[in-house]
Design a protein around this ligand. Sequence first.
Ligand code: FUB
Length: 351
Amino acid sequence: MADEFDHIDFEELNTRAISQPLVTHIYTADPSAHYFNGKIYIYPSHDIDGGEAFDDLGSHFKMRDYHVFSMDSIDGEVTDHGVALDVDDVKWAAKQMWAPDAHEKDGKYYLYFPAKDHEGIFRIGVAVSDSPTGPFVAQPEAIKESFSIDPAVFKDDDGSYYLYFGGLWGGQLQRWRNGAYNAEHEESPTAHLPEGHEPALTAMVAKLREDMLEFDEAPSEAVILDENGKPLLAGDNERRFFEGAWMHKYKGKYYLSYSTGDTHFLCYATGDSPYGPFTYRGQILGPVVGWTTHHSICEIEDKWYLFYHDSILSEGKTHLRCIKVTELEYEKDGSIKIIDPYPGFDTEKLV
Ligand code: FUB
């Protein structure tokens, strides 16, 4: 898939789209949604046009701040609560405030976000507020032993919180294979990836410390197995993890969902522990317009919803996206019904 969608009839695509943008006055992406105290809160990226050309390192994603959005109900009006955190207010961060997430503990709200530090290395930071909508005050340093992108916080039934994170290519996960950042061939998004026949890299998971500000343990890999109990291979591009992990629990099972990146699917795997291993189960969402696909899954008053994004609002500009929501349904056996974002539209035109 290229970053060019001139061949697409956007009017037709929009007619077929199952949902419309939730926010139209600014560009938004990577929606992490939560239901706190009877209200829906969305923590997305805030896309801007930073004037950088498209490349496979994601240099065109030059985001510098976060806005939080809220809704009283799923069909309700969306309120923009303004700037919740700006890169200039984060001592350790230099640029590229990518996909965030947030959670609540004991009346305080914790915003987790990735950014490149002053050495150009992605780290994950945390910022704290008394309100779900911020403003958030960032810790002076990034979380110790944090790396890569796309943090997602999950609260388990026993009150423990876990942070899932990681992303390939521009997200730098492959540069940490030996426990330290490998700066060789920094211009190459694919340097240091495993060979196709080797086990795929996957999302990382770490329990958060009681105060939510640091990891409570060294991060470990949330391994995804195939139908034979073997780890998915790096060459299995249609199923292996790429970025954008999310965790939710449904009927006692842990669902790890994620983007397959260069093959543009949202997929999921299930397991019996927040650490995995997880067994690959299938796709959730087909390709959307724009290179990236990123999501969250949230239960709101006994129904489940998929929050996702596409680039329809900017007529296909990958770095200018818009967040959307649609209902997500399960089959009796716990599998998720596949969602087609534009029923009847020729998917070949999107990939
Ligand atoms: O928004 C920047 C990056 O694009 C995110 O971190 C990835 O998940 C992808 O959506």
